[in-house]
Every structure is written in C-alpha cells, then in structure tokens.
Design a protein around this ligand. Sequence first.
Ligand SMILES: Cc1cc2nc3c(=O)[nH]c(=O)nc-3n(C[C@H](O)[C@H](O)[C@H](O)COP(=O)(O)OP(=O)(O)OC[C@H]3O[C@@H](n4cnc5c(N)ncnc54)[C@H](O)[C@@H]3O)c2cc1C
Length: 446
Amino acid sequence: MSRQLEITIAGAGLAGSLLASLLADRGHRVRVFERRPDPRRSGFLGGRSINLALSARGLEALEAIGIRDEVMQNAIPMQGRIMHDANSQTSFHPYSANPDEAINSVSRGDLNIRLLDAAASRPNVSLHFQEPVVDVDFASGIAHVQHDHDEDLKHVKSDLIVGADGAYSAVRGAMQSAGGFGFRQQYISHGYKELVIPPQPDGGFALEKNALHIWPRGASMMIALPNADGSFTCTLFWPWEGPGTSFESLEDVEDLVGYFRGIYPDAVDLMPTLEEDYRENPIGHLVMISCERWTCGHSAVLLGDAAHAIVPFFGQGMNAAFQDCIVLDRHLEAADRDVRTAIAAFSAEQKPNGDAISQLSLENFLVMRDKVSSPWFRFRERLAKWLHLVLPRHVQPVYNLVSFSTTPYRDIVEKRARHRRAMQALVTAMLGLGALAIAFLVGTFV
Ligand SMILES: Cc1cc2nc3c(=O)[nH]c(=O)nc-3n(C[C@H](O)[C@H](O)[C@H](O)COP(=O)(O)OP(=O)(O)OC[C@H]3O[C@@H](n4cnc5c(N)ncnc54)[C@H](O)[C@@H]3O)c2cc1C
C-alpha cells in the first residue's frame, strides 16, 4: 500500500477545491485553507466573471471527481459565436463543423460551491475558511496560516504544499522572498466591466441562448454569455484610457445610454439597468503571470492562476487550471508519491503548456475584437472547418484542439507552427510552378 501524504492546499477556489477531491480519492489527507468565508454559507464573493466557458479539459477533470453530470445539468451549451455588427446585423459562426461540439456557459459561484461540496464529502479533506496562508517555510515544509484574524499563526507541516491561491498568490510571494525565483507580471492595456441583459418578462432569453455573443469593434469589444436563469452576463473589454472607446473617455460622457446606442445599437434596449450597472460595477484588471518554474524547495508547487494567470480570451484559465490538477495527481501516482520527483516532473511538463495557452489567449483577443469581422478571416475559418470535416485526422483547427480536446497546449502551438510552415511551402511551390508555367507560355508563344 502506497504512503498516505499530508497535503496542504492554499486556496479553495476552482482549482484548489477540485484538487482536494482528486488527492483525497488517492487516500491522502488534505487540508485546504481559504482566505474568504465559506461561499456555501455567506454567498459567493468571487468578484470576478459571473459565468465561465467550460470545455473539454474542465469536463475531464469534473468527470474524474464524479460531478460532471450535475454541473452540466445547469450548463448552457454554446455552439458558436453570434457577431453583432455596428448596424445591428447578426451572423452565426459555429465553433466546429461537428454540431455536437460546444463550449458550456456555467455559473462560477455555483461551480465553486459544487466543488466545495464534493471536497467536503470526502472524509479525508478538511476545509478551513477565513484562514489565509500568509507565508511558507520551504525548508521545513511548513505553511503559516492566519486563524480568525488572530495575530498568532497556525504552523501546518505537510509533505506537499500546493499554491492554488490565484493570480495574487501568497505562496508564490513566499517563493519570491525565498530568492532565486524568476517571475513576470504584466497587465494588458484593457480592463473589463460586467453588465447584464435580464430575462424577458416571460422568463425567456433576450438573445439566442446557445451562442456566445460578440460585438467586435476593433480596439474594444463586448461579449455576452447566457445564464441558466434566462439572463446574459455582458462583459466590456475596453482600453483603460485613450481617445476612442475607453473607460477613461467615458468618464465625461453625460448621455451614457446614448453613447452605448452608438456602438452597440441592438443591445441597449435589452439592458434596462445599463446606466446603474455601468456606474456601480468595478473595472477589473487583466493580469498575466509567468513563472520560471512552478516549484520551490522539494515540497511546494504552484498551479492554476497562481502559476500562470492568463487573459480570458480563449476561455481557458479555469480549464487549464483543472488540467494542472489532473496532471499533478498523475505525476504523484507515477512517482509512487515521491513528492520531490513528482512536482519536478509536473513543473517540467506543465510550465510550457502554461506559456502556450497564455500566448494563444492573447492572440485570440485580436481575433475576437477585430479579426472575426473580416470576411477574409471568416473565409479561412470556414475553409479550415471544411478541411477538418474532410480530413479530420490531418487538419484540426486550433480552436477545436484547444476547446474540444485535451491535447497539451504546447503541442497545439507546435502543430500550428508546422502547419504554417507547410502552408508557406505549398504557397511558395504553387507560386514557383505558376512562374514556370508563365515563363513556358511566354517562351512558346512570343
Ligand atoms: C473576466 C474573466 C473571465 C474569465 N472567463 C473564463 C472562462 O470563460 N473560462 C475559463 O476557463 N476561465 C475563465 N477565466 C479564468 C478563470 O477565472 C481562472 O483561470 C480560474 O478562476 C483559476 O482558478 P484558480 O483556482 O487557480 O484561482 P481562483 O479561482 O482565483 O481561486 C483562488 C482562491 O484562492 C483564495 N486565496 C487567495 N489568496 C489566498 C491565501 N493567501 N490563502 C488562502 N487562500 C487564498 C482566493 O480567495 C480564491 O478562492 C476568466 C477570468 C476572468 C477575469
């Protein structure tokens, strides 16, 4: 019988609570410390996006802890994007040639609560709320935890400490203080703000329900994802400042509704609380985190946003965090619970994947806010989908690989680079042949 490990997880957010169940099912004793109050008692205080797109990687992880079906009962499949142009014309663009492939809109609060219920139902998991990890001593494997706002700290010794405490991770902070830990934090020039399209008076959806709606406007955009109660959560992704549409430029606008009517004409009448929501809801920062490695010492590791916060434009942050959990669990078993070996192998495998999805997510911002409205881009997308239908093993669009497969993100980026090189070679060869043919014709007839 393999050794039972004592494991401490900082953060009972999406990744931390899922990981607790996975590791408990292997027989380990897991203690989870969370900074916030228990959302099952106090209501969800997430402060970040109300709904999330759940796709293949996330579903695989939920399946592994046995809650995929219950989560999917309240999910709304989105089979494609609906684009809303400046003249209120709409067009539907499926994500895949296979109509069964969809991403799923789920409530962040509901999902977090289900994950916590799942963890709490395992007898070898203990959950501690309002008990933040404030520091870690990596040499002795001790996490210092604040208890009930006391000055005195709890000192929790374990075989493995996991930092699943989000983009502003205290565990990562302790790794930086320990020295020799390379780390980069970058804010993009855009922030985000959430607004709402409520259900219709009869409880129905005000827009097509099974789609992700986008109002692409070049440098900025608005998106809307459906919620199970018939509403949509809209998110503005706007530059913080600048002369065009930006949060700063709207500060002086008196007729806010009129301004919105100018850019999102078909949405405004669906948003009766627009002015109130815009003035009251905060603007969130979009941060990217990249760490040189995800481990410190022989027994501490980061995952999820703590290791690789990314911008949300591929809807992959949570899905990637869940995949981290699956991979860490796999390495612990493969290394026969030798923590040092397992976390080194985990970091070596997942760090390049974190970098790859970070790059893909940033690139997809340009696609969503701008390229999707270009006819040439749409033609290429349609061609890729058609080729995928005809040659499914040879042509797989990046979107499909990211959202509908669990292929490591690094492999997707490499595959795309190979594909681009092959296409360039093909185009060069065709141009060369064309030039030869012209030279031949000129030589023959002139
Ligand atoms: C606008 C927006 C839209 C998004 N949309 C999507 C989407 O559609 N699909 C998708 O896959 N991802 C999406 N994401 C990304 C997703 O939200 C994150 O990637 C995901 O929440 C990461 O999970 P996590 O558990 O690593 O971190 P978190 O969910 O942030 O959880 C971290 C937890 O740690 C706790 N904590 C913090 N400090 C401490 C401490 N010192 N001690 C103990 N606990 C602590 C926090 O309270 C929190 O509960 C979106 C993000 C944003 C901002």
